[in-house]
Write a protein that binds this ligand. Structure first.
Ligand code: SAH
Length: 244
């Protein structure tokens, strides 16, 4: 059944209203009509089965039939801190990361970041990233939409990262500690933040700063992964460790 995310204040106990791009999808793509059923989620974990009662080009109104209890989210809340990559790689990372259960993404700039981050264009880009996350979450039948945070500098990132139950920095020169060590320290309900460097990786000084902030350098295995692969490896490993 098709799934749509609606703002929490549009998803009431008995009815819900869908507006925006999803209306086009329901009316034109799905050729929806009164009586058709759909799943609506508030993006924060609450999902319901609902039946369309009225629709026009602007909005779709549906009656709530029953709450849905689903286990679609990773038992650990995983935040990926991603060094801003070149081109449209971040869009790919958001789409695939959402499929794999990412809870949030924090893009950051560090010493070896090559893309220039233009604050003026920032809001438009972030809106686009958030839209990609929403559409991927619908497609993946998730109950939550990952948050895409505004890009931050390295110092601010360390501050944000420390707020999680556990935090690791993926570093290809780390030979002794692996991601597994971190996964063995967290339990369902905990939050985990993993820092992934941009194409050029982290400098040794950045890794040292992270370590001073209590962030553990970890290996993601014997091969060097591209920046866009590293985040996906982390998410798949969390799923394998806790869900498979
Ligand atoms: N500096 C390197 C690789 C950068 S890869 C070079 O240019 O050769 C980009 C990022 O992916 C790294 O900063 C790291 O966070 C992550 N990464 C890739 N492979 C990894 C591995 N085997 N172990 C840990 N982290 C890895």
């Amino acid at each position: 059944m098709q799934r749509y995310f609606v703002p929490p204040d549009q998803l009431l106990d008995e009815k819900l209203v869908i507006r925006g791009d999803d209306v086009h999808h329901i009316v034109r793509v799905m050729r929806g009509k009164p009586g058709d059923e759909l799943i609506a989620c508030d993006g924060e974990g609450r999902c319901v089965r609902a039946r369309i009662v009225r629709l026009d080009a602007q909005e779709v109104e549906a009656e709530v039939l029953e709450p849905l209890v689903e286990r679609r989210e990773l038992p650990i809340e995983v935040t990926i801190a991603q060094g801003l990559p070149k081109g449209d790689k971040l869009e790919w990372i958001i789409q695939k990361g959402t499929e794999l259960g990412m809870a949030a993404l924090i893009p950051f700039c560090s010493e070896r970041t090559v893309v220039k981050w233009e604050a003026k264009k920032e809001e438009k880009k972030r809106e686009r990233w958030q839209k990609i996350a929403k559409e991927a979450a619908e497609q993946a039948h998730r109950c939550r939409v990952p948050r895409v945070e505004p890009p931050v500098g390295f110092a601010e990132l360390l501050d944000l990262a420390k707020r999680h139950t556990a935090c690791a920095i993926a570093y290809e020169q780390e030979n002794t500690t692996s991601l597994r060590t971190v996964l063995e320290r967290v339990a369902p309900g905990d939050s985990l933040c993993v820092l992934i460097g941009p194409e050029g990786g982290f400098t040794a000084a950045e890794v040292a700063r992270a370590e001073q902030a209590g962030i553990l350098p970890v290996s993601l295995g014997p091969r060097i992964l591209r920046t866009e692969t590293a985040s996906q490896f982390v998410l798949a490993a969390v799923s394998y460790h806790f869900e498979c």
